[in-house]
Design a protein around this ligand. Structure first.
Ligand code: NAI
Ligand SMILES: C[N+](C)(C)CC(=O)CC(=O)[O-]
Length: 367
């Protein structure tokens, strides 16, 4: 891989390829951080959809603080993929989760993007090794896995494939950090990375319970929002469970509850996603939505995330400071003058997400 043409803090123009839920969310995020963004998506209605998504997200982005000069007007919708990436200093691919499509698209992007520019895929679970097979320069291809909506949820998981250059992984991690994300840099490929591996375990169990008629969609959602979800917003599952051991911490917790690991609490084989389960999930979600449209739920979710970020000290409180460093949420992209890198995580030492890139430690240990 030739060296990247600019340092991570020198990026001014980003290309977003695929502009659906996640690509559109990335566009909104990069615009809010003051970048020029060029998007491309082959669907005939893609530009309209994208502009609607950005318009809907903008009030939330204003609430959490825009970078100086940030504007939806800095979005250009390109007519072709080649035009979209011609001047890009970073490329984020968010096309549908289909392996063959990703392989071809990443090869096409590699051919069209200026040499050395890092290209990241939003894939939810494909290892980059499986996606980089057709690219002439696989060294610059990395996974940059976001969380929905990328304009509010800080985490990005960064990992390369077997043919990715370590320079590209390091560059991408520094770029995302610069762009206001909380980055976990993994030193090896895991299908589903870290967070989706955890989420999918929970998701499979939810589907098993619905399929077997053991719990409703409403009960499953309430069991998290009224229970463990409240803790997980600021303390991960491991530390949370250490507290279940009282003064004995994790050691007592394991001695006490370890044997229940062998109880039949989980059925980790995925259930058959048959028509009956599909219908039960779709109807269950309609019941749980209780008449609220998708747009209303998106607005509710966005406000909920902002409230949690504020309540946990990762955003300034309204009309005041965070109560810690008093950072503002503003960054001047054009002068490269950055406020704190995550921009939503100031000095809280209870933050579950690293403010700087974290390298996933070998042997599964924390470093
Ligand atoms: N939806 C989610 O919650 C998350 C999705 N992801 C990942 O993001 C990626 C995109 O997923 P979504 O945005 O949910 O899908 P989506 O279906 O909302 O959007 C996909 C977009 O890609 C466009 N597209 C189709 N063919 C294309 C091509 N050849 N080149 C470029 N664009 C093309 C479609 O027109 C559509 O606008 C996937 O890899 C997915 O795994 C990652 C994190 C969360
Ligand atoms: C449903 N999903 C697997 C596509 C979810 C993700 O990849 C991350 C998220 O937003 O939770």
């Amino acid at each position: 891989m030739p060296p990247p043409p600019c340092p991570p803090d020198g990026v001014r123009r980003v290309a977003c390829i695929g502009a659906g839920v996640i690509g559109g969310g990335w566009v909104a995020h990069f615009l809010a951080r003051g970048y020029d963004v060029t998007a491309w998506d082959p669907a005939p209605d893609a530009e309209d959809r994208l502009r609607r998504l950005v318009t809907a997200a903008w009030p939330s982005l204003e609430q959490i603080g825009l970078a100086e000069g940030a504007s939806p007007d800095r979005l250009t919708f390109a007519a072709t993929l080649g035009e979209a990436v011609a001047e890009a200093q970073f490329v984020q691919e968010s096309a549908p989760e289909k392996l063959e499509l990703k392989r071809r698209l990443l090869a096409e992007l590699d051919a069209a993007t200026p040499a050395g520019v890092v290209i990241a895929s939003s894939t939810s679970g494909y290892p980059m090794t499986d996606m980089q097979t057709e690219a002439a320069d696989p060294g610059r291809l990395v996974v940059g896995h976001p969380f929905n909506p990328p304009y509010l949820i800080p985490l990005v998981e960064v990992v390369g494939g077997q043919r990715t250059d370590a320079t590209a992984v390091g560059w991408a991690s520094r770029f995302y950090t610069e762009a206001g994300k909380s980055v976990i840099t993994m030193d090896r490929e895991l299908p589903g990375f870290i967070a989706n591996r955890l989420q999918e375990a929970l998701w499979r169990e939810a589907l098993h319970m619905v399929a077997a008629g053991e719990a409703t969609v409403r009960e499953i959602d309430a069991s998290i929002t009224e229970g463990p979800g409240l803790r997980w917003a600021f303390m991960g599952p491991c530390l949370t469970f250490a507290l279940a051991g009282g003064e004995g911490g994790m050691a007592h917790m394991l001695d006490h509850f370890g044997p229940s690991l062998k109880s039949p609490w989980t059925r980790l084989e995925a259930p058959e996603l048959d028509e009956a389960l599909r219908t039960a999930m779709v109807e269950g979600c309609e019941t749980a939505a209780d008449g609220r449209s998708i747009a209303q739920l998106v607005a509710e979710r966005d406000q909920g995330v902002i409230n949690v970020l504020r309540a946990t000290g990762r955003l300034p409180r309204q009309g005041g400071s965070t109560g810690d460093t008093g950072d503002t949420a503003s960054t001047n992209r054009n002068t490269g003058d950055t406020a704190n890198p995550s921009n939503i995580s100031t000095a809280s030492n209870t933050s579950p997400l690293p403010r700087q890139s974290t390298t996933h430690a070998p042997q599964g240990g924390d470093s």
